[in-house]
Write a protein that binds this ligand. Structure first.
Ligand code: GTP
Ligand code: MG
Length: 191
């Protein structure tokens, strides 16, 4: 897979001028969005990964195989931000999701160890309203013992109210489940 960093954007003035379809990676802060992008593209340092939440503050665009873009965005649910920082971030995200016509799908990351949060459910509902197709990915599956994985995925599926086969478990550490996500994205983008 060929992948390259395109631009970091703080808002519409710096959205890339491009016709490529965009697939946005969203999820709670620290759920593993940036790690997922690195594992998915096979590049260790394409997206910035941090040990503390709130690392990604901008919209980061990555071109994949020259025919679509992955977009890394800040996570939600991170409390340790000032009100004005939160507002600024919220406005940047709202404007992007409401007005960027390139957005063709969302990869919604949830933590495979826990039930989806109220914020996760709200986000999924929001994309449904916007008629944006959502791929649900359960991250950090390596942290769930093998025998417990089916039960965890089932619980997540129940909470989101989708069939369990539509939850794609991945590990960005063990590099598992990534090509399944790619296949799903390609199906959605008709590539
Ligand atoms: P923000 O940018 O702050 O919203 O976080 P993020 O969602 O981009 O998370 P990030 O990729 O920075 O990862 C957060 C932490 O989780 C890091 O310490 C990663 O090493 C760890 N992590 C991410 N994916 C996995 C995984 O699949 N398995 C394990 N074991 N750890 C992971
Ligand atoms: Mg990040």
């Amino acid at each position: 897979m060929n992948s390259e960093f395109v631009v970091s954007s703080s808002g519409r003035d710096s959205w890339p001028e491009s016709e490529l379809p965009e697939v946005v990676v969203v999820g709670r802060s620290n759920v593993g969005k940036s790690s997922f992008i690195n594992a998915f593209t096979g590049k260790k340092r394409l997206a910035y990964v941090g040990n503390t939440p709130g690392k990604t503050r901008l919209l980061n665009f990555f071109a994949i195989d020259g025919d679509w873009m992955l977009v890394d965005v800040p996570g939600y649910g991170y409390a340790k931000m000032s009100k004005s920082q939160l507002m600024q971030l919220g406005q940047m995200m709202d404007d992007y999701f409401q007005n960027r016509e390139n957005i063709k799908a969302v990869v919604q990351l949830v933590d495979s160890r826990h039930d989806p949060t109220a914020d996760d459910i709200d986000m999924i509902g929001f994309f449904k309203e916007m008629h944006i197709p959502v791929v649900i990915v359960a991250t950090k599956i390596d942290k769930v013992p093998k025998t417990k994985r089916p039960a965890h995925l089932k619980a997540i599926a129940k909470k989101i109210q989708i069939p369990v086969k539509n939850i794609l478990p991945v590990s960005s550490v063990e590099l598992t489940g990534l090509r399944e996500v790619e296949q799903k994205i390609r199906e959605l983008l008709e590539l």
